[in-house]
Ligand binder design. Structure first.
Ligand code: GLY
Length: 355
C-alpha cells in the first residue's frame, strides 16, 4: 500500500493499493472508532458491484452499517437529490457521531461529500473512489458540489475527507469510456507538472501503470491543495482545460462525459496557448497527439460564441476578467488573467487546427 499525507486541517492519508476495498473497515477504524454507524452513500451502478464487499469489510471491523443509494449519472447531481440523500440519512438515524463512506466515482464523491458537509452541520466522511477519474482527481482535495441549472458545480463546499482509500483492482475492470475519462484528468496532471507522467500516455500502456499514475497524480494534487486549499491562486491551475471543458459539457446537456469534455478543452487551450505565443506549436501538437492516442477528443463542433457564453456563466468568472490556466511547456503551466471580452477570440484560436 502506498500512502500520501495531505496536510490540510488536521490532515488525512490517501491510501492506494490492490484489494483495499476488503480493508475499508480496518482503514476507517484508524480514523473513527467502530462504535458508530458507517453510512455508505453510493449510486445505483456501484451499489450492484461493490456495496456488499464494502459493507462486509465495515461489519468485520465492528461498524454498524447502512446505505443510501441514488440514481447513477450526472443528472443526479442536483440540490433536490441532495435533499433526498439527507432525508435518507435522517430516516436511517444517522447522527453527528457517525461517518459517511462515499463509494463511487466523481459524482458520488461530490454528492456524498456535500451531504456529509451539511448534514447536522458536518459529519466526517471517507472517499472510496471506484473510477480512475475519482482516483486521480476528484477524491483528493475536498471539493464537493452539485450542478445548478445555470452551470456545473455552482453550489458546494470545501470539505476535506478523513481518508481516501483507492483500491486499484477496481479500476482494472472499468468500462472503456469511464477509463478514458480518468485518463483525460491524468494527462492534465502530466501537462501541469510531470513530463515523465505525460510520457506514459505518449509512449506507454497506461493500463499497466495505473498504481504509478494514481500515485503521481495524488502526490501532485496533495501538494497543490496543501499550498492553496481554497483555490485563491495555484489551485486554479487544476482547472487546465476546464474553462472550455465545462462549457462543452454544459452545452451537450451533460451527455458528453466530463473527461471527454476536459480532453476537448485541453486540445483547445493547447492550440490557443500556442496561437497566443505562451507555448510552442510543438507543445500544442504533443497535447493533441497524446489525447488522440488515448482515444480522447481534441476539439468540438460547438461554436466559439456559445462556448464563451457558457464558460462565462461558470463559477470561475470574476467581474471583467477570468483566470485561465495555460500550458507553457509539458510539465509547466501558468495562470493568465484575461478580459472576459477576449474569451471568444481565445476559444476561436483554440478551435483552429494546427498547421
Ligand atoms: N478538480 C480540480 C480541483 O480539485 O481543484
Amino acid at each position: 500500500m502506498h500512502t500520501i499525507r495531505v496536510n490540510v486541517g488536521k490532515g488525512y492519508d490517501i491510501n492506494i493499493g490492490e484489494g483495499l476495498l476488503g480493508k475499508v473497515g480496518e482503514l476507517v477504524s484508524t480514523v473513527k472508532s467502530p462504535e458508530c454507524k458507517a453510512v455508505v452513500i453510493t449510486d445505483s451502478n456501484v451499489a450492484k458491484l461493490h456495496l456488499f464487499d464494502c459493507q462486509q469489510s465495515l461489519r468485520a471491523s465492528g461498524f454498524d452499517t447502512t446505505a443510501v443509494i441514488f440514481d447513477a449519472g450526472e443528472e443526479s447531481k442536483t440540490m433536490s437529490m441532495i435533499g433526498k440523500i439527507l432525508e435518507g440519512m435522517a430516516e436511517k438515524g444517522v447522527t453527528r457521531n457517525d461517518i459517511v463512506i462515499a463509494l463511487g466515482g466523481g459524482v458520488t464523491g461530490d454528492m456524498a461529500g456535500f451531504a456529509a458537509g451539511v448534514y447536522m452541520r458536518g459529519i466526517p466522511f471517507v472517499q472510496v473512489p471506484t473510477t480512475l477519474l475519482a482516483a486521480v482527481d476528484s477524491s483528493v482535495g475536498g471539493k464537493t458540489a452539485v450542478d445548478l441549472p445555470s452551470g456545473k458545480n455552482l453550489a458546494g463546499l470545501f470539505y476535506q475527507p478523513e481518508m481516501v482509500i483507492c483500491d486499484t483492482l477496481l479500476l482494472e475492470t472499468l468500462p472503456e469510456e469511464e477509463y478514458k475519462c480518468g485518463l483525460a484528468e491524468a494527462i492534465k496532471t502530466g501537462i501541469l507538472s510531470d513530463e515523465e507522467l505525460f510520457r506514459i500516455f505518449e509512449e506507454g500502456d497506461p493500463k499497466e501503470k495505473l498504481p504509478e499514475i494514481i500515485a503521481r497524480c495524488a502526490e501532485y494534487k496533495a501538494g497543490v491543495v496543501m499550498r492553496d486549499e481554497k483555490e485563491k491562486g495555484e489551485r486554479k491551475l487544476l482547472n487546465l482545460g476546464h474553462t472550455a471543458g465545462h462549457a462543452i459539457e454544459k452545452l451537450s446537456n451533460y451527455e458528453m462525459k466530463h473527461g471527454f469534455a476536459v480532453a476537448a478543452g485541453l486540445g483547445i487551450i493547447g492550440r490557443a496557448a500556442s496561437g497566443l505565443g505562451y507555448c510552442s506549436e510543438e507543445t500544442a501538437k504533443r497535447i493533441e497527439n497524446v489525447l488522440l492516442r488515448n482515444g480522447l477528443p481534441v476539439n468540438t463542433d460547438f461554436d466559439d460564441r456559445e462556448i464563451a457564453e457558457a464558460a462565462l456563466s461558470d463559477k470561475k468568472r470574476s467581474g471583467k476578467t477570468i483566470t485561465i490556466a495555460v500550458p507553457i511547456s509539458i510539465g509547466n503551466c501558468d495562470l493568465k488573467e484575461i478580459e472576459t471580452d477576449n474569451l471568444e477570440e481565445i476559444i476561436m484560436l483554440g478551435k483552429k487546427a494546427l498547421k
